[in-house]
Design a binder for this molecule. Structure first.
Ligand code: MN3
Length: 245
């Protein structure tokens, strides 16, 4: 093997390693929400930014606990349960799309696993502002204006009783806002509004209590400063492609 071939082979090895779930930047883009697996099952990819990167909107301590304790626990339990049931080789999306077949424990932990994967990517220290291109036009088309969209999303997020999530989904050819309880999501067959998630907001108290205490509205307002519209736009493109497929 000459030097050039050796380097080339080495690079392919590196590429294969990163393809196993990690990239040089940290997180493989999960636009398709198809998390990679390793021998232990579904992986919890690294956060795509530092724990303190979303300050002052989401505080460092909350991010540490949320990612390292809570999401890690959902991941571990989801792996345990899917292994016990002998369904660990199935994609997470597929398991959740037929979640009514399984126990509430699987529903809660599978939802907790996938919802947070999406949520970390929906946030960015370079986020905020407004979407561009097709997603922008679709939001105006579906909600009349960007402010109307925000206000409807805010209402959905505020109205979740107890713990849950607010969602922007692509459903039956258009954008729609919905909310779910606990760790349910619009991929699940038990969900009243089913669709392809574009954007989500975790409104469990664990997502904001340390900084905002009971002021969920302040947390929701802060969210708009860190929305990763670039990621959301790519999710929307994917939703359109799937619809046409
Ligand atoms: Mn959470």
């Amino acid at each position: 093997m000459d030097k050039r071939t050796f380097i080339k082979t080495g690079l392919i090895g590196v590429a294969a390693f990163y393809a196993s779930g990690f990239t040089a930047k940290g997180l493989n883009p999960l636009y398709s929400l198809k998390p990679r697996k390793n021998k232990d099952g579904f992986i919890q990819p690294p956060l795509p930014y530092a724990f303190d990167a979303l300050e002052p909107y989401i505080d460092t301590e909350t991010m540490k606990i949320h990612y390292s304790k809570l999401h890690a626990a959902y991941t571990m339990k989801f792996n345990d349960i899917t292994r016990q049931l002998g369904i660990s080789s199935k994609p997470a999306r597929e398991i959740l799309s037929e979640v009514s077949k399984y126990t509430e424990l699987l529903r809660n932990n599978g939802g907790g696993y996938l919802n947070h994967l999406l949520f970390w990517n929906v946030l960015s220290p370079n986020g905020g502002g407004m979407p561009e291109g097709k997603l922008h036009d679709a939001i105006i088309g579906s909600f009349g204006s960007f402010d109307n969209f925000k206000s409807q999303f805010d209402t959905a997020a505020r109205s979740v009783f107890g713990s849950g999530w607010a969602w922007l989904i692509f459903s039956e050819g258009k954008l729609k806002i919905t909310a779910t309880q606990d760790q349910d999501n619009p991929i699940m067959d038990i969900s009243k509004d089913k669709g392809f998630p574009i954007l989500c907001l975790d409104v469990w108290e664990h997502a904001y209590y340390l900084k905002y205490q009971n002021r969920r509205t302040d947390y929701i307002n802060a969210f708009w400063n860190i929305v990763n519209w670039d990621f959301a736009s790519k999710r929307y493109d994917l939703a359109l492609r799937r619809k046409m497929a």
